[in-house]
Design a binder for this molecule. Structure first.
Ligand SMILES: Nc1ncnc2c1ncn2[C@@H]1O[C@H](COP(=O)(O)OP(=O)(O)OP(=O)(O)O)[C@@H](O)[C@H]1O
Length: 656
């Protein structure tokens, strides 16, 4: 005989399956539960009017099920016991089932008859085909964590139970077991089970990872996370690797990431390719000061911090020997200090180190304020030319009328207004050393032709001169522009582009850098080595998007230091734009999406030209046409201000 609530429940299920006209249950039914009810009715032919008693398999069958997962049960024991210790006082028991739904481990009061009757017992069969919708059975079918609360159960004899289950998968992604916590009676709402759901998932993941590490204890395991601070203790993603860096297995979180990247097949998946790095970069992680290194995920802006778990057997560890000191990149302090640990900077600096003494021209690309000139100076300072001049010329900052004479120099009488003795051009002054052509994208076309001749022939002909002067210069050029686009549009000579671009060094934006905290400390050290930066200020600085890059950061820190009190900078000393900005913090969950990043030019171009013209004009007037002051106010470089003045057709007063 059914009691009233059982009868109502039976009616609800029947109406859900289309056997009766109107549903009696008004609370929404979770689609997961709904799917399971439909399976019970139409696939398994279960009759809700015929409740089934809990089925407990024989001792012999139980033993067979336990034997087949014996290794796993040994590994899972500590996690299972710990979870039970957390929930026992709340009235829960714990069930660990194998992938076929048989309870192979039970923690709870074995003498409690009510538990035995309800199927919360060792050997209980929670398979959906027999027991209907339940947390364990439905978790097996759906391969995801769920709570089956009271009336969610199919069988009316289970409708006082509340059960929460999470899947545990093996390193190949196959379901291995189901972890479940259940209570006999719960008058609480389904929402009250959310905490139980999170806790069960957490322990299922923990047990899964312990099992993964056990299975791959003789292999190198790469563990990574989105947080540098957490990776050593609770890195979420695990990859087991062979001696070439190919992925042998990945845990659920890592497989989720690979799914996002459309990498479904683990066969022949190379971790160095996935992380856009060299195999040596991974092998040498433990040589880093905190045993952690930043990597960027292929085709995304996502940074992952990785650490290594070395193989436990001495024979295997020989395969994974970290590179010897001689194999590691040679230290070059002036270049090394430009970054701590950022994947893009690592690549750029390693190329810079290899090319610093080669006579190839280098093209440095990066948004304004990313440190292009600083890199050029460091390359010069670490090259054989360090004792000769480093001459920097800003092609956007020199007025068109002067750039020719400034660059190439002139002989006496070459033009009216020139100095009587003539003047050496910047190119000639760089002889023996390095010529740094900043903002090369802004160089007028006719000068590009002359520059090309200088580079091709290794000679410079000053204005008005008849005899060229031999040159021995190393040329470094930089631009924030998309120079290939300028070439395509006919605004930059293709032959000059190839001449300058012996190799490209690209600097990442500050917002994309994984070592922002290092840069903050390094800049602060230069400003005032005795000042302390409080944690609230660090958090705000890390969360900001930095459209003006390192230059803007340096300005902000200078400002904060100037108004700081008692030798420390707190969040209150930071400019308002930093603290009121709503950060787009990376969420601690996968999928990884590539955020669309606005470049400086995107940002400025998105304004209407007239409003930008008005804003800039007002600023220039306020600062009495002092370009340096305006540049500082906007946290951009002087050339950028000149460029905008030109682009927006602002006419500067004659007397500035
Ligand atoms: N790695 C670094 N460490 C400390 N300070 C840096 C670093 N890189 C750049 N800076 C500082 O950031 C500011 C901008 O650097 P730099 O002028 O080299 O940028 P840029 O890319 O050449 O800018 P622009 O495109 O506007 O010419 C400078 O004040 C520089 O000292």
């Amino acid at each position: 005989m059914h009691n009233l609530s059982q009868r109502r429940h039976i009616d609800t299920i029947l109406s859900y399956g289309g056997h009766q006209s109107a549903p009696r249950r008004y609370a929404p039914i979770h689609e997961l539960i709904g799917r399971s009810w439909k399976r019970c009715l139409s696939e398994y032919g279960l009759d809700p009017c015929q409740p089934r008693p809990a089925r407990i398999v024989t001792q012999q069958t139980l033993r067979e099920h336990q034997d087949s997962v014996d290794e796993f049960l040994n590994v899972a024991r500590a996690g299972v016991e710990q979870l039970y210790a957390q929930v026992a006082s709340l009235g829960y028991v714990l069930l660990l089932s194998d992938y076929r739904g048989i309870t192979v481990q039970f923690l709870g009061d074995k003498r409690d008859e009510r538990l035995h009757k309800a199927g919360l017992y060792l050997g209980a069969d929670w398979n959906e085909q027999y027991a209907g919708t339940s947390a364990v059975g439905t978790c097996i079918q759906e391969q995801q964590a769920l709570t089956c609360h009271r009336l969610d159960h199919f069988d009316s004899s289970h409708i006082s139970l509340t059960c929460t289950a999470a899947p545990i998968k093996d390193p190949s992604g196959q379901l291995l077991a189901v972890l479940d916590i259940s209570a006999l009676n719960s008058s609480r709402t389904p929402e009250s089970q959310n905490f139980a759901l999170h806790l069960t998932q957490l322990y299922a993941r923990l047990i899964e990872d312990v099992y993964f590490l056990r299975r791959y204890r003789h292999h190198l395991v790469f563990k990574c996370d989105q947080s540098r601070e957490l990776v050593q203790v609770s890195g979420q993603l695990l990859f087991a690797l062979d001696e070439q860096g190919e992925v042998l297995a990945a845990n659920t979180a890592a497989r989720d990431l690979l799914m996002q990247l459309n990498k479904i097949d683990l066969q022949k998946l190379s971790l160095p390719e996935l992380l856009e790095c060299q195999w040596q970069d991974i092998l040498s992680i433990n040589a880093c000061h905190d045993g952690t290194r930043a990597f960027r995920v292929e085709g995304t802006q996502q940074t992952l911090y990785g650490t290594l778990i070395e193989p436990k057997s001495p024979t295997a560890s020989r395969f994974f020997m970290a590179p010897s000191v001689t194999q590691q990149a040679e230290p070059v302090p002036a270049l090394d200090r430009l970054c701590a640990d950022d994947p893009a900077m690592r690549q750029t600096l390693s190329l810079a180190k290899r090319l610093r003494n080669k006579n190839v021209s280098l093209l440095i690309l990066g948004e304004t304020g990313t440190g292009k000139e600083v890199l050029a100076q460091a390359i010069h300072a670490t090259s054989h030319r360090a004792d000769s001049a480093f001459m920097a010329v800003n092609c956007a900052a020199i007025p068109d009328s002067l750039i020719e004479s400034e660059l190439f120099g002139y002989v006496p009488g070459a033009f009216t207004g020139g100095r009587a003795k003539g003047a050496k051009g910047i190119i000639q002054q760089a002889n023996g050393g390095t010529l740094f052509l900043d903002e090369i994208g802004d160089m007028p076309l006719h000068l590009q032709t002359r520059l090309l001749r200088v580079l091709a022939e290794g000679q410079v002909l000053p204005l008005g001169a008849v005899t060229p002067i031999d040159l021995d210069i190393r040329v470094l050029a930089a631009t924030h522009c998309n120079i290939q686009k300028l070439v395509a549009e006919g605004r930059f000579r293709e032959d000059l582009f190839y001449r300058l671009n012996g190799a490209t060094l690209t600097l990442p934006t500050l917002r994309a850098r994984a070592d922002k905290q290092y840069l903050i400390q390094a800049l602060l050290q230069q400003i005032n080595p005795n000042i302390r930066l409080r944690a609230d200020a660090v958090s705000a600085l890390l969360a900001y998007a930095w459209p003006g890059n390192i230059r803007q950061l340096a300005n902000v820190l200078t400002f904060a230091e100037a108004i700081s009190e008692a030798g420390e900078i707190t969040v209150h000393h930071l400019p308002k734009e930093i603290t009121t900005h709503q950060p787009e913090r990376p969420v601690f969950s996968f999928p990884m999406q590539t955020p669309y990043e606005l470049s400086q030019s995107d940002i400025t171009d998105s304004y209407s030209q007239t409003s930008e013209q008005q804003i800039l004009l007002n600023l220039l007037r306020q600062q009495r046409w002092n370009i340096s002051a305006v540049a500082k106010q906007l946290s951009v470089s002087r050339p950028t201000v000149y460029r905008r003045i030109k682009k927006l057709n602002i006419v500067m007063p004659k007397d500035v």
